[in-house]
Design a protein. Structure first.
Length: 275
């Protein structure tokens, strides 16, 4: 019987061999591998039970890690973004549940609690910083106007919200004088809306003009006036077209330096008087 044939082609020896062994032949040689293929290729009842047990164990371990272990618990609280408030004030008001599972912290409730206890806070983001920290990212309200309250001062922000009472008036912030007690606007719009209109006017003033404004007086929704340094007054009208009115007033103040009365209630037809 002739054995396997070999031949030289191009000076090299060539050999003939059969096809590679199939997957079935490999699994026949390795019975454990065959059983493994059976479990994952077409899991039977036993395979499904094993997989289910593994899933349950992994899920239980995950729940225990989040809620029962000491690995992911609240150990630190940090506050950022404060200007007038201090980080310690914010952290104390937040009342974070120390040593509680970090996953269980109600961040929305904490944010509501902070805004209620510290009205100076305009917005706050309460974030989980894994594995042990709660971060409080604060944005404070800034005063656009001041209202006198006895010997103290109430700060009013750009939304017309009264948010803080302070013993000393911040520099560069105009006063708000509400003189609309007999105006129909008070019954129609309400005090909050009129205060918001005054805040809108203050917010439209550019910095060079704002520093000369001493008082924003509200007589009605359509009758706001400004008192400037040097006994100068400005009839502003309503809070509408605020940016255009501020631009016109800035030009009038430069062109009519001796004038004492300015009217920009109709910005397309401004007027000045007095000298």
């Amino acid at each position: 019987m002739a054995g396997p044939t070999t031949a030289k082609r191009g000076g090299k020896k060539a050999s003939r061999s059969g096809p590679p062994p199939s997957k079935a032949s490999r699994t026949r040689r390795f019975p454990r591998l065959r059983r493994l293929f059976r479990v994952f290729r077409a899991p039977g009842r036993r395979g499904l039970i094993i997989i289910s047990i593994l899933v349950v164990l992994l899920g239980a371990f995950g729940v225990w890690t989040l809620y029962g272990s000491d690995w992911l618990r609240v150990e630190h609280v940090k506050a950022e973004g404060t200007e007038v408030l201090t980080p310690d004030e914010v952290i104390e008001a937040a009342q974070a549940p120390m040593n509680a599972p970090l996953i269980s912290v109600d961040t929305d409730a904490m944010a509501r609690r902070l805004r209620a206890r510290l009205p100076r806070i305009k917005t706050v983001d309460v974030v989980r910083s894994w594995p042990h920290t709660i971060g409080l990212e604060v944005t404070e309200r800034t005063p656009e106007l001041l209202m006198r309250s006895g010997k103290k001062f109430v700060e009013v922000d750009a939304e017309g919200v009264r948010f803080a009472t302070v013993p000393a008036a911040p520099k560069g912030v105009p006063f708000l004088e509400m003189a609309a007690s007999d105006s129909p606007s008070l019954h129609r719009f309400g005090t909050d809306r009129l205060r918001r209109a005054a805040a809108d006017v203050a917010g439209e003033l550019p910095a060079p003009l704002r520093k000369d404004v001493r008082t924003v007086r509200v007589r009605s929704y359509d009758s706001l006036t400004l008192e400037l340094t040097g006994d100068r007054t400005v009839v502003w009208g309503s809070s509408e077209q605020g940016a255009e009115k501020a631009k016109v007033l800035t030009a009038l103040l430069k062109a009519a330096r001796d004038a004492r009365h300015f009217d920009v209630s109709v910005p397309s037809a401004p007027a000045t008087s007095g000298s």
